[in-house]
Design a protein around this ligand. Structure first.
Ligand code: AMP
Length: 383
């Protein structure tokens, strides 16, 4: 099946070719015709499945048939849980919107930056990607109206609910017109998600794309038995000896993320930390440079474990284990995506051993472990 079979307009097909999107991913094959037909949809899919383009493309194709609304009224609203995802989704809209003949201005609004700048930017916006709190602020200050929304998208709805956005979401829904298309995307299915599905969607097409666990086989995993004091030297040895030019390192605390990045920099390995205490500008800037391949190491807390897609990421290192096995899978899922094999390396201290066994059991995969002596050889540069 090719994109041309999906009834997308020529101008979008041209951008797809330019962006090297050759064939549609499974979620795109199923979602695009449904959304083009203006029907409701529920997609159980993770980042990496191609879910963003699965709604961006048909929404843009449908824009031509939607009349341009009054000033400060948007036609499409996409709600997302995090600033990072807001920027990522709006980037995909922008990437394709340039080819659309009708006016399709898209912006992302989220907390952490001045609301005044966003208020001014609302002029002529037709597609709004927003985190719930900031959107309510903008509605309350009359900067945006939702009464002309034709399509509502809830992306990573499970994460929005987990982050306690339910009340804000419910309030936002009261500003929407009753007649509209609803698209709900969630990485997981839970009773809470089913409640949202039942409340919002009418006779939806339900698409269930296999979870991230299913592509775990694409990822080559190795674990290293290491004492806490040797973690730093081992990390540096792995990065240098394996000639890692782009590596995402996970720590379990903000403090450690800063510490690891500082230490790497002191050893001339260029690194930056991203976590919730960093300013929005710093996080976006670090991620941008990392994605472009201009920053060698990004050290992150679990803030980045989900939702952020970095194409062709070859290495992920777990400097510390996450508490939840699910987070472990999300972390290593940053590599081995979209048919590109990747490697995940995990540092395991004696204290971590039991927990790492639990993670492997939950992941249904055992990870080969380099014992202490082998680790010492790696640090010494002999392996
Ligand atoms: P998403 O799940 O929306 O975050 O998309 C995952 C990644 O796959 C993104 O980097 C997209 O650019 C890429 N992608 C999505 N659909 C396709 C496709 N049909 N062909 C090639 N790459 C794609």
């Amino acid at each position: 099946m090719s994109f041309a079979h999906l009834n997308l307009p020529e101008y979008l097909l041209n951008v797809l070719t330019k962006q090297h999107y050759t064939d549609p991913y499974p979620i795109q094959e199923q979602a695009i015709p449904t959304i083009l037909a203006k029907k409701d949809l529920m997609g159980i899919a993770q980042t990496g499945s191609g879910k963003t383009a699965s709604y961006v493309l048909p929404i843009l194709a449908n824009m031509e048939s939607i009349p341009v609304p009054k000033a400060r009224h948007v036609s499409v609203l996409v709600l997302v849980p995090t600033r990072e995802l807001a920027l990522q989704v709006s980037d995909v809209f922008k990437q394709f919107a340039i080819a659309v003949p009708s006016r399709c201005k898209c912006i992302a609004v989220h907390g952490g930056v001045s609301i005044n700048v966003q208020r001014l930017a609302m002029n002529n916006v037709r597609i709004l990607v927003a985190t719930p709190g900031r959107l309510l602020d903008l509605i309350q200050s009359n900067a945006v109206h939702l009464s002309a929304v034709k399509t509502l998208v809830l992306d990573e709805a499970d994460k929005m609910l987990n982050r306690g956005f339910k009340e804000e979401m419910d309030e936002i829904f009261t500003f929407l017109p009753k007649k509209r298309q609803n698209l709900l995307f969630s990485a997981t299915l839970s009773p809470k998600i089913e409640d949202v599905q039942n409340a919002l969607l009418q006779d939806p097409l339900v698409i269930n794309i296999l979870p991230e666990e299913s592509h775990i086989d694409l990822i080559q995993q190795t674990a290293y038995a290491v004492s806490p004091e040797q973690k730093g030297p081992l990390l540096r040895a792995l990065i240098s000896h394996r000639k890692m030019e782009q590596v995402l390192i996970f720590t379990s605390s903000i403090y450690q993320a800063d510490l690891v990045a500082d230490k790497l920099n002191k050893h001339n390995i260029q690194a930056r930390a991203v976590h919730s205490k960093k300013s929005q500008h710093s996080r976006t800037d670090a991620l941008h440079h990392f994605k472009l391949g201009k920053l060698r190491v990004l050290v992150a807390t679990d803030l980045l474990a989900r939702g952020i897609d970095i194409q062709f990421l070859p290495f992920v290192i777990n400097y510390e284990l996450p508490r939840s096995p699910k987070d472990f899978v999300h972390r290593i899922g940053r590599t081995g995506r979209a048919e590109n094999p990747g490697e995940a390396l995990t540092l395991v201290t004696p204290e971590d051993e039991h927990h790492f066994k639990v993670i492997q059991k939950k992941m249904k995969k055992s990870v080969p472990l380099k014992d202490k002596n082998q680790t010492l050889e790696i640090i010494a540069g002999n392996a």
